[in-house]
Write a protein that binds this ligand. Structure first.
Ligand code: SD4
Length: 300
């Protein structure tokens, strides 16, 4: 349970991202502005290889980014498999606000971003390129569980950032952004830019977001499921646990080998999380404490 305003986000790099959101929320700003400002921090972080600039490329060497955003009115915008633009979350917001559409992908998303003043940049850093070349030697695609603990220079290597905020008026918005699974197939899109899978908010109920192997989240329409369970009276943690259980029940063998984590908040500011595997954490920021990190519970 938390006082308003409040912002929560996935993984320990969520602490820095929450600080960006808090700068907006603490001044009475809108949740939508807060989540955009917040997730732009890991998007810009050169040490973070799973979100935005400096993200790991796909197996053909292209950094392709996925992001989506959703506000208290149910407006949403999304970009997928977009190259050369460092802040996909801002492009997703422009899709939401400036077009009649919800989702733009690939070249069309990049073209729209550039037409709207975003800078074209080379996003593959020498460090990420080196990791990719190392990977190419075996070219074995096996998503790494809790990648943040296992990659070299580990402190800043994390997965997707999903963020949910309630502003001082009690309105909710959410954002989700990622470079997707490292060394994925070219053109692969995960759950993160898909409304209902990687992110969902409903101003009557609350919001949810996810991280981990996106395929399993898409199959179960994970974030929408979590929100609908909260609508039926589940606490945020119980709703996240039920969504995780669904994934495990459908594919028990797969579930043993992968990580998926859900994070949720309801309109009262109560929050919770649940993951398949140990190692998932989330960051919470409100008036009382700005850098709280909570270990998510897990099935295994
Ligand atoms: C995806 N959910 O593209 C994202 C990536 C992620 O751990 O969170 N990886 O499937």
């Amino acid at each position: 349970k938390s006082t308003l305003p409040v912002v929560i986000s996935t993984w320990d790099f969520g602490i820095a991202a929450n600080a960006g959101a808090w700068a907006v929320l603490s001044k009475g700003g809108r949740a939508l502005d807060a989540v955009e400002a917040g997730v732009k921090i890991p998007e810009a972080d050169m040490k973070n290889h799973t979100v935005g600039r400096a993200g790991y490329p796909d197996r053909d060497g292209f950094v392709t980014l996925d992001a989506c955003i959703m506000d208290e009115f149910g407006n949403c915008g999304s970009v997928a498999a977009m190259e050369d633009i460092a802040h996909p979350i801002s492009v997703a917001r422009m899709v939401m606000e400036k077009t009649p559409h919800v989702m733009l992908v690939g070249d069309g998303a990049r073209q729209f971003a550039i037409e709207n003043g975003m800078k074209k940049e080379h996003l593959l850093t020498p460090e990420s390129e080196k990791e990719w070349k190392k990977w190419l030697k075996k070219a074995e695609y096996k998503p790494v569980m809790n990648i943040e603990n296992q990659m070299p220079g580990s402190k800043y290597n994390h997965d997707t950032i999903g963020m949910l905020a309630l502003d001082s008026k009690g309105n909710i918005s959410g954002a989700c952004t990622t470079s997707g699974m490292a060394f994925k197939m070219h053109g692969r899109v995960g759950d993160s830019p898909i409304i209902g899978a990687g992110l969902y908010v409903d101003n009557e109920v609350g919001g949810a977001t996810s991280t981990g192997v996106g395929e399993e989240v898409i199959r179960n329409v994970g974030s929408f499921l979590v929100v609908e369970l909260m609508r039926r009276g589940y606490s945020p943690e119980d709703a996240c646990r039920e969504a995780v259980n669904r994934i495990i029940k459908k594919k028990p063998q797969t579930a043993k080998e992968i990580q998926v984590g859900f994070l949720a908040i309801n309109k009262k500011g109560e929050y919770g999380a649940y993951a398949i595997q140990k190692g998932f954490s989330f960051a919470v920021c409100n008036k009382e404490k700005q850098d709280l990190l909570i270990k998510g519970k897990s099935f295994y």
